[in-house]
Design a protein around this ligand. Structure first.
Ligand SMILES: *Cc1c(COP(=O)(O)O)cnc(C)c1O
Length: 397
C-alpha cells in the first residue's frame, strides 16, 4: 500500500499541455526509476525473449515494436498532435505506404502538381500496376480540387511548402472539400517540420515527413514518418510488416537524438532563412528571391496565417543564367554544393540538375524555375558568415 512517505512520483502533467521543446526532449516520459539511463539505450536486437506459452504479439524489429522505434513514434505523434505515428526507413517508404493504406485497385488519387520528384515518379511509374489513376491539379486553380473528384476518388495528396518555389498551399478549403466527399487528405509537410506546420490541425488525415530532413536534421540518416489516427497508422504498420520498410534501431536512436533539438534548430533555420532572403532581396546580382516570409512572395498571406515559421529554404535567381549560377556554386567555400536539405549545415543545389532534371528548360521555365535558379538550404550557422560566403561568391573577380 502507498504510504505518504513512499517514493512514488507525482502523476505527470498530461502530455498535450507540454510545449514542443519539452516534448522534443522528453516525449510523454515522466520521472525515471532510480539508476535507469537518462538517455534511452540503443536496443540493437532483432528479436526478444518470449514468455513460454504467451499469445501476446511477439517483439521483432521488422514489426516496428522495438523500443527505439516505439519511442520516436510516440514523440513524433505528440509533435504533430496526432493519435499515433510510425517511422519508416525513408520518406519515400512513408509516402508509398501511406497511399497504399488508403487506395485500392481501381481507385483514383488527386494530387497537387507541385510535388517532390520521387513522389511524382512513384505515382506515374508505380501506381499504374495497382490500377490506381492519378489526376494532377495546379494549386493556382483551386476550383480544380473539387472538379477533379470522381466517384472512385479515395484521396487527395498535397505537399506544402513546395520545392523549390516555396509555395504555401491553404489546406483549409481543400480539407473541407475532402471531408464533404469522404476523401482522405494526405499532406507531405517535410519543408515545414511539425514545428512550423502541423497538417492535422488544418484538416489533413495523414501527415507525412521525410525524417531525413529537418526531423533528424544532421544529414546522417535516411528515414520517413507518418502521423494520423490510430486506425490509419495500424493499417500502415500492417503494410510495413509485409512490405518491409521498418527503420533500423540505430537510425531510430539517432533520430531521437536529432529530434531533441528540433525546435531549437527550427528557430535558427527560420531566422537564417529570413536573414538570407532579406539580404538577397537587396543584392544587384540576384534578380528574384523566393521565400514565403517576404511580402513579395505570392503566398505570404497564407504563410503568415498558417505557419509558425517560414523555414530555412530559400530560392534565388542569379542574374546571368546557368553560367552565373555555376560561377556562384564554384566560388562558395562554406555553403556546400549538394542535393538534399534541412541539415545543420547550409547546402545549395540547382533544381535544373536535381529535382527537376526530367523537365526541358522550357517546361521548367513554365513552372517558374528559370535557368540560374539555385535552392539554398540555410543551416544553423551564423547568418553573417553565410552572407559573407554568398557576397564573396557573387563579387566580380
Ligand atoms: C526528400 C523528400 C522526400 C523523400 O524523402 P527520402 O527520405 O529521401 O525518401 C519526400 N518529400 C519531400 C518534400 C522531400 O524533400
Amino acid at each position: 500500500m502507498t504510504t505518504p512517505s513512499s517514493p512514488t512520483p507525482p502523476p505527470d502533467p498530461t502530455p498535450p499541455t507540454r510545449g514542443a521543446s519539452t516534448i522534443a526532449v522528453h516525449g510523454d516520459g515522466g520521472r525515471k526509476s532510480d539508476w535507469s539511463p537518462v538517455v534511452p539505450p540503443i536496443v540493437q536486437s532483432t528479436t526478444f525473449v518470449n514468455p513460454v506459452g504467451s499469445t501476446e504479439e511477439v517483439l521483432y524489429t521488422r514489426y516496428g515494436n522495438n523500443p527505439n522505434q516505439l519511442e520516436i513514434g510516440r514523440k513524433y505523434a505528440l509533435l504533430e498532435g496526432a493519435e499515433s505515428a510510425l517511422f519508416l526507413s525513408s520518406g519515400m517508404g512513408a509516402t508509398a505506404l501511406a497511399h497504399l493504406s488508403i487506395l485500392r485497385p481501381g481507385d483514383h488519387l488527386v494530387s497537387s502538381l507541385w510535388i517532390y520528384g520521387g513522389t511524382r515518379r512513384l505515382f506515374d511509374e508505380e501506381f499504374g500496376r495497382f490500377g490506381i489513376e492519378v489526376t494532377y491539379v495546379d494549386p493556382d486553380e483551386p476550383r480544380q480540387w473539387r472538379a477533379s473528384l470522381r466517384k472512385n476518388t479515395r484521396a487527395i495528396f498535397i505537399e506544402t511548402p513546395t520545392n523549390p518555389l516555396l509555395r504555401v498551399i491553404d489546406l483549409g478549403p481543400i480539407a473541407v472539400t475532402a471531408r464533404s466527399h469522404g476523401v482522405a487528405l494526405l499532406v507531405d509537410a517535410t519543408f515545414a517540420s511539425p514545428i512550423n506546420f502541423r497538417p492535422l490541425a488544418h484538416g489533413a488525415d495523414v501527415a507525412i515527413t521525410s525524417a531525413t530532413k529537418y526531423l533528424n536534421g544532421h544529414s546522417d540518416v535516411i528515414a520517413g514518418a507518418v502521423a494520423g489516427s490510430s486506425s490509419i497508422i495500424d493499417e500502415i504498420t500492417r503494410l510495413m510488416r509485409l512490405w518491409g520498410q521498418a527503420i533500423d534501431p540505430h537510425a531510430a536512436w539517432l533520430i531521437d537524438r536529432g529530434m531533441r533539438t528540433l525546435p531549437l534548430r527550427m528557430a535558427r533555420h527560420n531566422e537564417n532563412g529570413m536573414a538570407i532572403a532579406r539580404w538577397a532581396s537587396g543584392h544587384p546580382k540576384i534578380t528574384k528571391v523566393h521565400y514565403p516570409g517576404l511580402a513579395t512572395h505570392p503566398d505570404h498571406m497564407v504563410a503568415s496565417s498558417t505557419l509558425d515559421g517560414f523555414g530555412g529554404m530559400v530560392g534565388l535567381e542569379v542574374e546571368g543564367g546557368v553560367r552565373a549560377a555555376e560561377r556562384l556554386l564554384k566560388r562558395l567555400t562554406l555553403i556546400q554544393h549538394a542535393p538534399s536539405l534541412a541539415g545543420v549545415e547550409s547546402l545549395i543545389s540547382e533544381p535544373r540538375l536535381t529535382s527537376h532534371v526530367a523537365l526541358s528548360p522550357e517546361a521548367r521555365a513554365a513552372i517558374g524555375i528559370a535557368d540560374g535558379f539555385v535552392r539554398l538550404s540555410c543551416g544553423i550557422e551564423d547568418s553573417p558568415d553565410l552572407v559573407a560566403d554568398l557576397e564573396h561568391a557573387l563579387a566580380p573577380s
